[in-house]
Ligand binder design. Sequence first.
Ligand SMILES: CC(=O)N[C@H]1[C@@H](OP(=O)(O)OP(=O)(O)OC[C@H]2O[C@@H](n3ccc(=O)[nH]c3=O)[C@H](O)[C@@H]2O)O[C@H](CO)[C@@H](O)[C@@H]1O[C@H](C)C(=O)N[C@@H](C)C(=O)N[C@H](CCC(=O)O)C(=O)O
Ligand SMILES: Nc1ncnc2c1ncn2[C@@H]1O[C@H](COP(=O)(O)OP(=O)(O)OP(=O)(O)O)[C@@H](O)[C@H]1O
Length: 508
Amino acid sequence: MNINFDNETILNVEKIHGPLFAEISSLNYDSRRIEKNAAFFCMEGEQQDGHLFIEDAIKKGASAIIGSNEAKLARLAAAYPDRTFVVVKDTREAMARLSILFYQQAYKKLTTIGVTGTNGKTTVVAYIYSLLNQIGKPTGSIGTIGTMTSEGPFPFQPTTPTTPEAPDLHYLFHQFLQRKEQAAAMEVSSIAIEQKRVEGISFHIGVHTNISSEHLDFHKTFENYKKAKLKLFKQTEKAVVNLDDKGMAEDILDLHHGPLLTYSINGHPDADVFASNIRTNRKGSAFLLSIEGRASLVHTPIIGHYNISNLLAAVCTALHTGVIGEKILEKLPKIKGPKGRFQLVETPGNSTVLLDYAHTPEALRKLLTEVKKLNYRKLILMVTGVGIRDKNKMAKMGEAADGQADAYIISVDHPGYRKPEEIVASVLSGFSETNRTNITVTHSRKEGVIAALNLAEKEDLIILTGGCINGCQIIRGKALPHSDETIIEHFYSTQVNQAKSSLKPEAK
Ligand SMILES: CC(=O)N[C@H]1[C@@H](OP(=O)(O)OP(=O)(O)OC[C@H]2O[C@@H](n3ccc(=O)[nH]c3=O)[C@H](O)[C@@H]2O)O[C@H](CO)[C@@H](O)[C@@H]1O[C@H](C)C(=O)N[C@@H](C)C(=O)N[C@H](CCC(=O)O)C(=O)O
Ligand SMILES: Nc1ncnc2c1ncn2[C@@H]1O[C@H](COP(=O)(O)OP(=O)(O)OP(=O)(O)O)[C@@H](O)[C@H]1O
């Protein structure tokens, strides 16, 4: 695409050095991934200033450089007169705007659905994906568990845990469109909103799950965190609001004046869509679903009260897209959730493993409340501390777990550059007493999973919390492949082999 930077008022250009026009064939913010004729955005990160990599980007073929450091851009423009240097006020904003332009506003031709909230984004997106695709509206999804087209997983190496950077996001919208998707459901994190990754998009539907304290290392205060999430509802046409959430439901209702659907599982009198008489067991849940004043009995494979709340968010979303209640009811018995969220795995040892991504104190508390409704003999709970984000929540994770299980494994997830011993100590500091015999400490997730399995006997329930960021463990800047399921399989197959070899008669 040939771009005349002088014409693009949406980019808020302050000055251009070199040619006004540039041939652009891709967009990137990382010099290590620059291709010929790319536009390179110089971003100031946590470790580095992207302006330091301009020459690297030029050597790899960047045709335009976009950044905010006027002096630096002017100096390099003199050295590379054949390249376009664009000075902007806000590089992230310009990157989002240029991404929209470059991918020809692909998002506008899709029904865009943005889901935000502290817990439940991945789950709600998966339910929306499952519901809309079953109903016959081909839908793609974007979030922590990767990118999906209506046909299945889409090969795209994520560069962020949850919400892609703007060039990646608009590339995905464009891909969805080429594959004839009609809708895109995506997770919108508070960090992404603050970092303007979704800047300029007007979502058709904005969905709210709940809010509790998270990412305070980034936002500094809870108020800032909430303000960031609220911004999503300033850029959405229709809203879906959880009336059970005291944290920000009222705020959304105050600021959003477009079409609205609300939901509740706690009998909120004003909810448009609500669930009552919820009964849940290992196989799924049954409840009465009220839509447009009519109650119907629903059976779904989904387990746990909070997941019924997540399901209602998806039901409201489908209603907003124009699907009728009856059609939705038909599909709920076959709804599918994401991997690693209340995922039960029966083991050959006749115990059960529950894999769940609970990684906030509130999620852990809610998970444990639901688990107590299931039948089991002994409860073995693995709680992990994380080294890469929000250090302050670790003690609170310990506090939420304390007193809830028969045995605990305290371990480490994604240690990053932190010492595993320190991470474990932060989690343990939330326990009322740490030298108890029912606490086992390990220093890696793999060791933690094995320790939990070693403790398990027949009919025990083992909960492995945290874990699954893109199937890896982040250790000292590297993403090392990791899968709890593979460890579990290997653990039991080794046991079977050992048992078999102990049965063999000894060679004479
Ligand atoms: C903490 C944070 O915000 N990190 C983001 C940041 O990386 P950074 O600050 O480490 O970058 P940096 O190393 O200082 O480099 C600055 C710039 O120079 C560039 N660079 C660097 C080296 C080089 O040789 N060449 C080069 O061009 C980098 O690509 C970058 O653009 O800038 C990068 C893009 O420029 C982001 O992709 C990256 O997100 C990382 C992957 C991340 O983990 N972010 C987390 C905090 C995040 O966004 N999480 C949310 C919520 C998750 C949830 O749901 O809980 C999410 O939406 O994913
Ligand atoms: N509505 C909810 N309320 C409270 N806890 C929830 C809710 N939904 C899910 N959880 C808990 O939070 C965990 C994470 O769920 P999910 O992955 O859907 O959230 P998320 O918002 O996408 O988190 P992240 O963006 O960090 O991946 C679940 O495994 C479950 O323990």
